[in-house]
Design a protein around this ligand. Structure first.
Ligand code: NAD
Length: 237
């Protein structure tokens, strides 16, 4: 299959790209700033091609999708993974913060999905996986805008699953709990221990935990419109 993964130079996206490439798929790993990490990813994996684009910008997304379709003819799977988080009191959040977090986490998924969909609809086949977060499900203190963006992604997942089911396109979200990546590098060891104590499985998740779920969703044929939360039991609803 031909698979586009956004924000794939590091963390969860990188693991998703590596795992799918190892299984024989062609993976286009999008990245924005981490040039060196992206180059290494391509060097280490024969089935991975990297492509630089800021997925919060329509023109760059358009060019990326056009490039992939011209070269490979189709996109079977889209993983909307790119995202950023920010910790701030709600009263301190500026308009610029709002724009940046909404554009990077939510508008990007809207935009890439819109550009990819005509090809999937034409092929009557597609699988879209949106990486959201437990915070979109239950809300996070001091991460209100991030939580809004992730809840928006989950709403998009549910709506699109209904709209696109008749075209044989499945749309699902994976909502991770805490996963060991750079996104959490601001946490101290003490913070991590406190969080682990709140998690029934008593541990932080690994990027491969998410990558395995992505692989499963791609192979599955009857799951759509679902928010699958991989969180060690931290959030159970
Ligand atoms: P990360 O910071 O390591 O990776 C995020 C990736 O997104 C980076 O490669 C970054 O370059 C890319 N990115 C950011 N803005 C971009 C843009 N405009 N265009 C293209 N790429 C861009 O963090 P991660 O933990 O790997 O996060 C991956 C996804 O998982 C995010 O959507 C995040 O919100 C979600 N998530 C992470 C956790 C966690 O605990 N790590 C928990 C829940 C959800």
């Amino acid at each position: 299959m031909t698979i586009l993964v956004t924000g794939a130079s590091r963390g969860i996206g990188r693991e998703i790209a590596k795992n799918l490439a190892q299984k024989g798929n062609i993976v286009i790993a999008n990245y924005n700033k981490s040039e060196e990490q992206a180059q290494n990813l391509q060097k280490e994996n024969a089935n991975i091609e990297i492509y630089k684009a800021d997925v919060s910008k329509r023109e760059e997304v358009k060019q990326m999708v056009e490039y992939v379709l011209k070269k490979y003819g189709k996109i079977d799977v889209l993983v909307n993974n790119a995202g950023i988080s920010e910790n701030k009191l709600f009263t301190d959040v500026t308009d610029e913060d709002w724009q940046k977090i909404i554009n990077t986490n939510l508008y990007s998924a809207f935009c890439v999905t819109q550009e990819v969909l005509p090809n999937m609809i034409h092929n009557k086949f597609g699988c879209i996986i949106n990486i959201s977060s437990i915070w979109g499900m239950v809300g996070a203190s001091c991460e209100t805008v991030y939580s809004i963006a992730k809840a928006g992604i989950d709403a998009m997942t549910k709506s699109l699953a209904k709209e696109l089911g008749p075209s044989n396109i499945r749309v699902n979200s994976i909502a991770p709990g805490i996963i060991d990546t750079d996104m959490n590098k601001n946490l101290t060891q003490e913070d991590i221990e406190n969080i682990k104590n709140e998690i029934p499985l008593q541990k932080v998740g690994k990027t491969i935990d998410i990558a395995k779920c992505v692989e499963w969703l791609i192979n599955d044929q009857y799951t759509t419109g679902q928010i699958i939360s991989i969180n060690g039991g931290w959030v159970i609803i």
